[in-house]
Design a protein around this ligand. Structure first.
Ligand SMILES: [Zn+2]
Length: 99
């Protein structure tokens, strides 16, 4: 099974996936906050509760999140990653941003 994108929930064969490493002191990148539209959201806040409480209320698939004690690693696909402005990008796992 290919990895699943936590934002669009797609599992795509042959698609490059990006692990966004969030350390204990990192903020959540803006693009992960977008799915949550407050009162206009299709989902209630109660529906999306995560071990990492910073993610609560965000519409993310737990299958696309790696939860560890010291960090959370949302995994996003190439297309979702493409929405992000470069300046807002967190550090990738492995630090390979030179493509
Ligand atoms: Zn995606």
């Amino acid at each position: 099974m290919p990895p699943i994108c936590c934002v669009c929930l797609r599992q795509q064969h042959g698609t490059e996936m990006y692990d966004i490493v969030l350390g204990a002191n990192n903020g959540i990148p803006d693009y992960l906050l977008i799915p949550h539209n407050g009162d206009e959201s299709l989902f209630s806040d109660d529906e999306f509760q995560f071990t990492d409480r910073r993610l609560n209320g965000l519409v993310l698939d737990p299958c696309g999140l790696q939860m560890e004690r010291e960090r959370t690693t949302p995994r996003v696909c190439y297309s979702c990653n493409g929405y992000l402005p470069r300046s807002a990008m967190p550090r990738y796992a492995g630090g390979d941003t030179g493509k």
